[in-house]
Write a protein that binds this ligand. Sequence first.
Ligand SMILES: NC(=O)CC[C@H](N)C(=O)O
Length: 303
Amino acid sequence: MAVGVLALQGSFNERLSGSSATLKRVGVKGVEIRKPEQLQTVNALIIPGGESTTMAKLAHYHNLFPALREFVKMGNPVCGTCAGLIFLADKAAGQKAGSQELIGGLDCTVHRNLFGSPLQSFEADLSVPEIVRKEGGPPSFRGVFIRAPAILEVGPAVQVLADFPAPSDKTAKSDSAAESGETSGTKAKKWNAKKWKKGKNNGATVATKIQKKVKSAKGNCFHCKEDGHWKRNCPKYLASLPAKSGKAPNQATAFHPELTAYTRWHSYFLKMVNETSEEASTSTSLSSDEQTTPKYDLPVFQG
Ligand SMILES: NC(=O)CC[C@H](N)C(=O)O
């Protein structure tokens, strides 16, 4: 398995080079992606942290957006870190004037700089029950937030993996005071109460993945024997589609897992990649099967 790392700007090297590179630590080959055609050589992609506006400009310059969107649309898993999360979000708030291009593929609204400026970068312990359930290890891990975004809203198919609680009013005030002189160590030092209130449960979602694969039959017409009409989007036909069509099992974090020794976010993502590849090979053999011995009584329109 080869995992691509978008290598335009930001912290892509931490995934790829040196003995401590995260992908090496989890035993996977990482491939630098700078050109659209390179995406054809990998079956999953990591979009690293960095500065999303700059990264978007570079992606635009290298004509990468169409290929990246196609990659996501084909159901290949993508993991977005920080700026990568912004890239992957279907909607973004707090963007620079004139907005910036997004790839989309993760049904959520992200706030680009919810935690404030680079000076408000911080570290915090986060509880990660789903990762612990699947990967084992300690109940929480250290999240490194660098001018971090956060997710304000997620769609129904998205599973929240970690939340960062909103500060109490008291903390917010004392942290604002800390901003003007004192430092408050591991906590974000400035809170924008209005932005926080927009977040679910008065907090902010900082890690997610797509839980269910949304099936779509766009463009397919078929004949329904039951009532003899040509139909689109019949539930029976939708149910017969391979799971790989539709949205990819993407994962995203607002913090930087590659900057800690905790490799479980990466191993968790790689499991998703393996599962997707297995499903894809099963569904491919199913579809060729279907061509010779139709399994469904609703033939797909060929004309
Ligand atoms: N560490 C990061 O990737 C920060 C992302 C930054 N908030 C942006 O808009 O791009």
